[in-house]
Design a protein around this ligand. Sequence first.
Ligand SMILES: Cc1cc2nc3c(=O)[nH]c(=O)nc-3n(C[C@H](O)[C@H](O)[C@H](O)COP(=O)(O)O)c2cc1C
Ligand SMILES: [Fe+2]
Ligand SMILES: [Fe+2]
Length: 397
Amino acid sequence: MFEGNVVRISRDVYWIGVKDWNRRLFDALIPLPRGTSYNAYLVSGEEGNALIDTVNPGFEEELERKIRSLVDPGEIDYIVMNHAEPDHAGAIPYLMKIATKAKLVATSRGVKMARIFYRVPEERMKIVTDQEKLSLGGKTLRFIEAPMLHWPETMFTYVEEEGILFSCDFFGSHLAEGVYSDDVEDLLIHAQKYWGEIMMPFRTMAQKGLEKLKGLDVKTIAPSHGPIHRKPEVILNAYKRWVYGETKQKVSIIYVSMWGSTEHMAEQMAEVLAREGIEVVLHNLTVTDVGDLVKDLVDSRAIVLGVPAVLGGAHPLIVYATYLFRILRPPTEFTVVLSSYGWSGGAIRQIQELLRDFKIEVVSTVEINGPPMEEDMRKIVEIGKSLASRIKRSEGF
Ligand SMILES: Cc1cc2nc3c(=O)[nH]c(=O)nc-3n(C[C@H](O)[C@H](O)[C@H](O)COP(=O)(O)O)c2cc1C
Ligand SMILES: [Fe+2]
Ligand SMILES: [Fe+2]
């Protein structure tokens, strides 16, 4: 139901967020093919109103209009800051001005960040601790600390009477379209991408986050990006797989090739793995979407890196991808490195150095001089078969 472009998601709980249809890049790194949204919510109790998160800078007036269609900003008692990142907290200075009596509610770390990032004065902030409750009259907010999902100050806010969990970035997806997740056919693909980019490096903390939700009767999950989950079991089941590092019999082949030699090897590897019944995705780094690559890392049991030698080391695009792989910490078990060189090589050595302290089994490396010959291709077939059998023997956890 639309009322002045706000959405009533439950009794006296409204989505008042904004859609950024044309944004195409996030964190100066991640492509956003379908834009994103910054979800803010208003919870109205008999004795008070709380705003849950705000929006990205630039959308302050739109948020203000939506608030005014429901309440006078002067009647907002609390602005809950689940997360201090500017896409949700950037409008706090503007809101603190128009919501003249509102206090900013955050974790102790959140309060420190609000002081530094948004210059919020001490007397207008309220620190909350894990499981603390705040009554708005007939609506009780419960704060659940969720550190490192994905910043130190992050928390969830749960509305007890409605079973709504405001999870901020956790369970989010970069999508401008749709109000509810069942409106979007390929929602889980986007949620998987988002998980990979933002949450995958913190799998242990994410396990703790899921544990904390076990005792709650969550009817609706309302994240800060993308559609609202009114069938929470769908996203919760997906998160269980990703959080515990469940992989498929799947290989991501990530490569770059200047003159086609490495590409030949990469494509041969794709052929043999597919014939062995393994799901294969190929990412040529000169054309691939980094978000898609990251999405595939989430559930690939192995990666194959195709790396030509450049100036005594690995091609810079593969150095970049290997570095990204390391910091995102996917649950990948196996790797094979394929390389072509012209004179003295060095690409494989550099990749091995980059992966040295990363827990991954290097099943094989192949370094060939120039374009691959028939015997090189035969070798790749053998390596592909042995990689496939390693993948099939693993349980994928
Ligand atoms: C800019 C550039 C720098 C290169 N630097 C090296 C090098 O330092 N060591 C080496 O063995 N080969 C070097 N090569 C040769 C390539 O590694 C070789 O041609 C290889 O077969 C390319 O594989 P590709 O066809 O998959 O791009 C270089 C080639 C280019 C274009
Ligand atoms: Fe964030
Ligand atoms: Fe965010």
